[in-house]
Design a binder for this molecule. Structure first.
Ligand SMILES: Cc1cc2nc3c(=O)[nH]c(=O)nc-3n(C[C@H](O)[C@H](O)[C@H](O)COP(=O)(O)OP(=O)(O)OC[C@H]3O[C@@H](n4cnc5c(N)ncnc54)[C@H](O)[C@@H]3O)c2cc1C
Length: 385
């Protein structure tokens, strides 16, 4: 039997952060990791460059039943703190888009820095959790190797998407065991299967505006052989799209006005040829159809229909299927935060039980918001567990 003050389940982004902070407080800390390596998702993140944080971090970039929950942790760990941490570890940063920071030295360097920070904790690899019990105020954690006991137990087991990185549903099981509600899990930050475009546009990308509920996302859409993906769609997928999505393929111009002008100036040009100055030719051809003709020959009804298709293309929620958990970067859903303290990350139902990172019903936008949540919730729990 191995005795600790704090046991952390999972040596991922949030678990290592808790380990660093708890051990710095002098708490005897163990991190139990089922895999043979730490933070496998961090190593894969940002296409191998790890999008570590984003200056736009704020409640509006988080989703779940109660996104307000993130407010306290975000006020204690700011994007500038993450950049400072990178500096302390001599890691360079690249601001790929305004406010969106990646590690210039690659994602593996971030993993190394996380492990270095957590060196005050004992990390046990290839250690799979079989069961957890609480007896006389102590947690007893049975693994495939040893039995561990602790005063505090921190669940940092992450979400269940992207299984090639090694995932398990242990967090949801522990939640239910201790009376926590678990919001249904679905893929998020992933492509959407839709059948309105066929596969003829596969591989084409375009800058669009996607309207989801009241939010408008300006980003790149990529047509795939099964539907639509790319950052614009990934970002739509994490939001509530129960009213469907509306795509503007031509957001930079007032298409109706420009077509009317073109009728006079460029009447002898084919509509698809003229549209190609604004959108990729294959998309222009797709929307003008087989009977593509000179602009002058399009009547008002046809023009209105084309403008509507290109600037307000509606895909109903019933026509959208999220691609799958295998490819999704994160999940929506998880342990309901209603029974977790936002000040400490401690369970309100079971003293000593803490929750961090993606296992909770908190999902961040694309752009570094999920790792930022892992760092922020990890610091808070590490200061309290
Ligand atoms: C391909 C990909 C790219 C991504 N890129 C980015 C990005 O650039 N920026 C960003 O902000 N977010 C990104 N994300 C999301 C981000 O990686 C996750 O949200 C984040 O890692 C969650 O941190 P976590 O600590 O909650 O869980 P994880 O980092 O997933 O860690 C959970 C850990 O728990 C371990 N574990 C699970 N079950 C058990 C068990 N039964 N026993 C012991 N250990 C267990 C796992 O092995 C894992 O090590 C990406 C995700 C993917 C899949």
């Amino acid at each position: 039997m191995k005795k600790y003050d704090v046991i952390i389940i999972g040596a991922g982004a949030s678990g290592l952060t808790v380990g660093a902070n708890a051990s710095k407080r002098g708490r005897k800390t163990a991190i139990l990791e089922m895999g043979g390596q730490p933070a496998r998702k961090v190593a894969l993140s940002g296409g191998g460059r790890c999008n570590i944080t984003n200056m736009a971090v704020g409640v509006d970039r988080y989703f779940g039943n109660n996104p307000q929950f993130v407010r306290g942790a975000l006020s204690r760990v700011r994007p500038t703190d993450v950049l400072q941490w990178m500096k302390q570890h001599n890691l360079g940063t690249v601001e790929k888009a305004p406010g969106q920071y990646f590690c210039a030295d690659g994602a593996d360097a971030v993993v190394d820095a996380l492990v270095q920070d957590a060196q005050g904790a004992d990390i046990f690899y290839n250690t799979d959790i079989k069961s957890v019990q609480k007896t006389d105020g102590l947690f007893i954690v049975q693994t495939n190797k040893d039995v561990f006991t602790s005063q505090s137990l921190v669940v940092a087991s992450g979400g269940i998407s992207f299984p090639v990185a090694g995932v398990s549903d242990i967090g949801y099981k522990i939640a239910k065991q201790f009376g926590h509600r678990v919001e249904p899990i679905r893929p998020a930050l992933c492509a959407m299967k839709v059948d309105c475009f066929g596969s003829e546009l596969a591989g084409v990308s375009i800058d669009v505006e996607v309207k989801v509920g009241k939010q408008v996302i300006s980003d790149t859409l990529l047509f795939t052989h099964f539907g639509i993906g790319g950052p614009a769609i990934y970002r739509a997928s994490v939001r509530d799209f129960s009213d469907g999505i509306t795509i503007n393929f031509c957001p930079k111009i007032d298409l109706a006005v420009e077509i009317r002008k073109a009728k006079h100036i460029n009447g002898k040009k084919s509509m698809s040829g003229w549209l190609s100055q604004y959108i990729p030719a294959r998309i222009a051809k797709f929307f003008t159809g087989k009977n593509d003709k000179n602009i002058a020959d399009w009547n008002n009804k046809e023009i209105n229909f084309l403008v509507k298709q290109l600037s307000q293309f509606v895909i109903g929620a019933d026509k959208i299927k999220l691609h799958n958990l295998q490819s999704a970067e994160i999940v929506r859903g998880g342990v309901d935060v209603a029974d977790i303290s936002s000040k400490t990350m401690e369970s309100k139902l079971c003293p000593g039980l803490f929750w961090v990172g993606e296992v909770m019903d908190i999902s961040g936008d694309l752009g570094g918001f999920n790792l930022h949540w892992a760092w922020a919730s990890g610091v808070v729990a590490g200061q309290n567990a």
